[in-house]
Design a binder for this molecule. Structure first.
Ligand code: UDP
Length: 243
């Protein structure tokens, strides 16, 4: 199948290095301490953060840092006509773990010992790249909750189809069988905190695809900073915190 036309356009009309339209809304869940909706094209997710609060299961309490928990799920209606795996399947458990580890890289957990932070992310509409959208939503929700962080974490995916690196794959591109590289970065600290890939790629091509995904992450970071400023959310800079 042709994923890039001779004119250099993808099936949804984007250029290879073009991201889908991103949009965020802060404070969608009023009962949560922080929340955000994040859209990347037709992929739409919601994140709600509770905490820092008392540890519910005392046996899990950590005396030197906060306990971070994360639950990823997909709404029943999120995939339309396509099949959705049942709640709590292996994929959801793996993505919950990946998101938790990614968010732990930015939360200053040592400042909140003996407490618990719960991050719930739910996919409302799935069209590829849901884990990236969930990480971006979780970052905004944590910032909205006032949780101290070393930096933002932002995420984006990239792939390689028809010998062309493609930024921010949608479902059709994602399910084409090519590589799907999901990257998460700490933009100010200039560190990669997440890297997942599900196919083989020559090393030089991998570097191009990875670089493209990093550019996507940086564009998301720029957007998240703008949204935070508009919503009067303070994003601490690295120099203001002891990392
Ligand atoms: N998907 C689906 N049903 C499912 C799980 C996923 O239709 O039960 C679709 C959905 O659009 C998702 C895409 O497959 O975004 C790719 O899923 P993947 O596991 O690669 O994770 P993602 O790219 O969403 O992070």
């Amino acid at each position: 199948m042709e994923f890039v036309s001779p004119e250099g356009l993808r099936l949804d009309g984007r250029r290879p290095m073009e991201m889908r339209q991103i949009r965020a809304e802060i404070g969608a869940v009023s009962s949560a301490d922080g929340s955000a909706v994040f859209e990347m094209g037709n992929t739409k997710v919601i994140a709600a953060v509770y905490g820092p609060r008392e540890v519910q299961n005392r046996g899990q309490q950590l005396n030197d840092q906060a306990l971070v928990r994360c639950e990823y799920s997909m709404a029943n209606f999120s995939v339309g006509d396509r099949a959705r795996r049942p709640k709590g399947d292996r994929r959801s458990i793996e993505i919950s773990l990946v998101i938790r580890q990614t968010m732990e890289a930015c939360i200053l957990t040592h400042l909140m010992p003996r407490s618990q932070i719960d991050i719930f992310v739910q996919v409302l509409q799935a069209d590829g790249g849901t884990r990236s959208a969930c990480i971006n939503a979780a970052t905004l929700a944590l910032a909205d909750a006032g949780i101290p962080m070393r930096d933002l974490v932002t995420s984006c995916s990239a792939g390689y189809l028809n010998s062309t690196p493609l930024l921010d794959l949608n479902y059709v591109e994602d399910s084409a069988g090519g590589p799907d590289v999901t990257v998460g970065i700490l933009p100010k600290l200039d560190k990669v905190t997440l890297l997942q890939m599900d196919a083989k790629l020559p090393k030089e091509t991998f570097e191009d695809v990875m670089e493209l995904a990093i550019q996507g992450c940086k564009a998301v970071a720029q957007y998240i900073r703008e949204v935070s400023t508009q919503n009067f959310i303070f994003l601490a800079s690295v120099s203001q915190l002891s990392v």
